[in-house]
Design a protein around this ligand. Structure first.
Ligand SMILES: [Ca+2]
Ligand SMILES: [Ca+2]
Ligand SMILES: [Ca+2]
Ligand SMILES: [Ca+2]
Length: 540
């Protein structure tokens, strides 16, 4: 019923009737979810507030770590049942009172099959080894990880060729100890290379100049087989700065230059989301900022890192509140591409919120949910979907918390409670409604880099292919390492293949839609997985 009313409203409004796409209904389940959390603190915590989403107890349901700023951070274990309400319960597997945290990123550093957690702090950063059962141990010493003493706001990791362990980048913000701080006193960023198997990391190298980064992402922009480091920087504090792209090819990190095709871009860079939106096999990069958000796309062949902006053409500038009376420019933070209505076209969630009380920017700044349309443009639907919250949002994550094939949502807010929504598809609060079909994939390879960071997943339906690069990093202060979700619309069958990080392709693997499947390197078929309650049903 609701969808028909919405469709009619769109027709009456005369906007994009032919390409109308419908939002799912997100049901606010903050209260029942058990997530009681607020990101707090003074100036140093105007940024940060990340959410890490990953399975820490091996049951395949995604668990949560939420940055708390000056408040304790929180580890929450998923207690949802398949298709039921989203529920979490506090866990005690991290040191009590872990404070001064801005964000966190999950990744399996040591390749033992358990996700570890890199925690960004005001002061020493921490790396925790996942021990199973959502227990963690601090391994800065054991892994020779120099946590530094900076104001760390960004993280990414890549596996360089022939390395067992990841190369890690930590982005830092203002250096508060320099004279004249904060203006023009950005701290350097740091690159950690692994020494070798079980030997941890070498002393970090400086990535200079640093321009007050708030998001960093290793991504293979030109499909060379090696990921380069994109850094999004906050022009509020740097002098003479710009966005950056570092290459590690050749050993010593260096910046791409104007002569090589890099084009200067100055923004209030807060977050990075990437996906191949144009279908050419190369990723686009969505960069959140104040005012216009940016969508960077290769301008010409991938020989040169020259980018042009598609945000306006694609309808994703999201430069001012889409609802309410506040007409001042918006402030964007975490962003994520994923398909919330399972129609086969990725959508884009953007967390929005004033830095604190900046007068020239919107005070009531609703989050965006931009639905991808078949013609490559997006349309705003956060209000229809019920996620247009006007709290000062920072980190967030779309993930299927109750494993029903629909992506749910958590948003961390500054000085206001975090919010949790369950995606009810085209249904109502009380009744799940069918949306499009979907597939959720786990991608694994033997040995180190088990989760195949740097691989590309291709999902093909008829003659259309969706592509996703497996990355660690980006967003705003939080990372997601869980099922790779693809909507496939009305298709009941699909084909999947993976280009592994060393360039080798898997065969095409056939799958029926609406399944959880693990793709392991060397196998010619996927291993299907059922959530426990589904497994019980299937056995009856
Ligand atoms: Ca779990
Ligand atoms: Ca591990
Ligand atoms: Ca979609
Ligand atoms: Ca769900």
């Amino acid at each position: 019923m609701r969808r028909h009313i919405l469709a009619a409203a769109i027709l009456v409004a005369g906007s994009a009737a032919a390409g109308a796409v419908e939002p799912p209904l997100f049901v606010d389940e903050t209260t029942v979810s058990g997530v009681e959390h607020t990101y707090t603190g003074g100036w140093e915590y105007f940024v940060g507030g990340g959410a890490a989403v990953f399975d820490c107890n091996g049951d395949a349901y995604p668990d949560l770590f939420l940055a708390g700023g000056s408040s304790p951070s929180r580890l929450l274990v998923n207690g949802s049942e398949k298709g039921g309400a989203v529920r979490f319960r506090p866990a005690s597997g991290l040191p009590d009172g872990l404070d001064n945290v801005l964000g966190a990123y999950p990744l399996d550093v040591d390749g033992d099959g358990r996700l570890d957690l890199a925690v960004l702090r005001l002061g020493e950063n921490h790396v925790y080894r996942g021990e199973g059962g959502c227990r963690f141990s601090l391994v800065n010493d054991a892994w020779s990880f120099d946590g530094g003493n900076a104001w760390s706001t960004a993280f990414s990791a890549t596996w360089e060729k022939d390395r067992d362990w990841p190369t890690v980048a930590v982005g830092n913000y203002v250096d508060r100890d320099k004279p004249g701080s904060p203006w023009g006193t950005c701290a350097e960023n740091r690159l950690y290379r692994p020494v070798g198997r079980d030997n941890g990391f070498s002393a970090p190298a400086a990535l200079e100049p640093g321009y007050c980064s708030l998001s960093v992402l290793f991504s293979d922009w030109n499909r060379s087989g090696a990921q380069a480091l994109r850094i999004s920087n906050d022009r509020q504090y740097y002098r003479g700065g710009q966005e950056q792209l570092w290459t590690l090819a050749g050993g010593k990190p260096r910046l791409f230059t104007k002569r090589e095709g890099w084009r200067k871009l100055k923004i209030w860079g807060m977050g990075i989301a990437s996906r191949d939106l144009t279908g050419d096999g190369y990723p686009e990069y969505f960069l959140t900022s104040m005012g216009d958000q940016k969508l960077r796309s290769l301008d010409g062949p991938p020989r040169r890192p020259s980018y042009r902006d598609l945000a306006h053409k694609s309808g994703v500038t999201a430069h001012r509140p889409h609802t309410g009376n506040d007409v001042l420019p918006s402030t964007g933070w975490h962003a994520q591409f994923d398909d919330v209505n399972n129609d086969g076209f990725v959508d884009l969630f953007v967390a929005k919120g004033n830095v604190e009380a900046m007068q020239d920017f919107a005070q009531r700044d609703p989050n965006n949910l931009l639905l991808g349309k078949p013609d490559g443009t997006f349309r705003e639907a956060a209000s229809e979907a019920g996620v247009d919250s006007t709290s000062k949002s920072r980190g967030s994550a779309l993930a299927d918390f109750n494993l029903d094939g629909l992506l749910d949502l958590i948003v961390v807010n500054r000085a206001a409670p975090a919010q949790v929504w369950r995606n009810a598809g085209f249904g109502t609060a009380g009744r799940l409604g069918p949306a499009g079909n979907w597939v959720a994939l786990k991608v694994e390879q033997p040995g180190t880099n088990r989760n195949a960071v740097g691989a590309w997943i291709e999902v093909r339906v008829a003659d259309r292919t969706q592509r996703k690069e497996i990355t660690v990093g980006g967003g705003h202060a939080g990372g997601i390492a869980t099922w790779h979700h693809f909507g496939v619309g009305v298709a009941e069958r699909l084909r999947v293949r993976v280009q592994w990080p060393d360039g080798e392709w898997s065969p095409w693997i056939r799958l029926f839609a609406n399944q959880f499947a693990r793709i392991s390197r060397g196998e010619t078929e996927a291993a299907l997985w059922l959530p426990p309650s589904m497994a019980k049903t299937a056995l009856k």
